[in-house]
Design a protein around this ligand. Structure first.
Ligand SMILES: Nc1ncnc2c1ncn2[C@@H]1O[C@H](COP(=O)(O)OP(=O)(O)O)[C@@H](O)[C@H]1O
Ligand SMILES: [Mg+2]
Length: 352
């Protein structure tokens, strides 16, 4: 039951301390900080209440619960919840992912080896290949899989009945899931970004597990810069711990938090160097825009895809930039964040 990452989640983080995805080394560190039970899982009130009902009802009836879909941005706890589902059911967990399944046969092999009541975690489920997806529909609905034996003209399909099991699917892009697949999940939980108070709770819990004292004001400071994402909060916490141990007194106090985050160029609202150079280019080079993504990316020396998927979502969420049909536009808040006065002649789109 390895906690194996989806292939596409293992990326070189480079210098990006604020990346929402984890690399392989980080995965092992994360495993130690994962809540094991629903009660330990911080925040996400709605999903937690719904999920606990689904699980308790199934347990009371002595059946496998409905298939469960978890959707939301990276780092918010989808993998953690999948593991919690299995733990709460006292079931074993099988882990695979859309990108790891190359052929329908790979999925058939996994399905046909499932035991009664097992939980099958399918990470990045929107990336399953079409033939595997179709096999999955049937398995989820009718608990049946056709196992192909032989090759070529002599091949035949032997229908195999599967024991009851539960699929937990996770996706960062629920919009990409075909409707028939989405419909086969009896329960869908949407995870949303955490507020600062919830992140503080995550941080205090992690500090206890790491056995390093964390001052309340330091937790507040780290939470504010964590982009609503527990994975980022835990990562920044480890950087603060490093600083405290190497340069400080060992305690994670406010001074240590500020100093460490300064070293990693994480600013007071959680923007890093790339975010700020995007804002700076938009405000000072293009007078607030609108400017096309490609031009903007070129100006900051990055790939358009990096700017679009890494920097923009948070900048948009924080209300610092907006996407318009004519291009990216800086809002007055962007100018102010850079310590600049918003211009008064920026057109009618955003007036300060
Ligand atoms: N609600 C939560 N409470 C405490 N820790 C959390 C919570 N959600 C996520 N984490 C922590 O954040 C890290 C990333 O969570 P993960 O489940 O891997 O996110 P995802 O699968 O959505 O990318 C894990 O180390 C986990 O400990
Ligand atoms: Mg995950």
């Amino acid at each position: 039951m390895a906690d194996r990452p989806a292939d596409d989640e293992v990326r070189d983080l480079g210098e990006r301390v604020l990346a929402p995805l984890a690399d392989e080394i980080e995965r092992s560190v994360e495993a130690a900080l994962r809540p094991r039970k629903l009660d330990e899982f911080v925040g996400q009130q709605t999903v937690r209440a719904q999920l606990s009902l689904v699980l308790e009802a199934a347990t009371a009836r002595g059946v496998a619960p409905d298939h469960i879909l978890l959707s939301g941005p990276p780092g918010l706890g989808k993998t953690t919840l999948a593991m919690i589902v299995a733990a709460e059911l006292g079931a074993s967990l099988r882990v695979t992912s859309g990108p790891a399944i190359q052929h329908a046969g790979d999925l058939a092999a996994v399905l046909s080896s499932l035991e009664e009541g097992e939980v099958l975690f399918l990470d990045e489920i929107h990336r399953l290949a079409r033939p595997a997806e179709e096999l999955l529909y049937v398995a989820m609905e009718d608990f049946r899989v056709d196992v192909v034996v032989g090759k070529g003209a002599g091949a035949s399909a032997i229908p195999l009945t599967l024991p009851p099991f539960t699929v937990v699917g996770a996706t960062t892009r629920s919009g990409l899931l075909p409707a028939p697949l989405r419909d086969r999940f009896g329960f869908t939980g949407h995870l949303d970004y955490y507020d600062a108070f919830e992140l503080e709770k995550v941080l205090h819990r992690s500090a206890r597990l790491l056995d390093v004292p964390l001052a309340a004001d330091a937790a507040t400071e780290i939470a504010r810069r964590s982009r609503g994402t527990p994975r980022i909060a835990n990562r920044l916490l480890r950087r603060v711990r490093d600083w405290a141990q190497v340069r400080g007194t060992g305690d994670m106090d406010l001074a240590a938090a500020r100093a460490a985050l300064e070293v990693y160029e994480v600013d007071p609202i959680g923007l890093d160097r790339l975010d700020r150079s995007v804002l700076d280019a938009l405000c000072t080079r293009f007078r607030g825009g609108p400017v096309g993504l490609t031009t903007l990316a070129l100006t900051v020396g990055e790939e358009p895809e990096t700017v679009e998927t890494v920097a923009e979502p948070y900048l948009v969420r924080e209300g610092l930039i907006a996407r318009t049909p004519r291009g990216r536009v800086a809002t007055p808040a962007a100018w102010r964040h850079l310590g600049l006065e918003p211009p008064t002649d920026q057109g009618t789109l955003f007036r300060a």
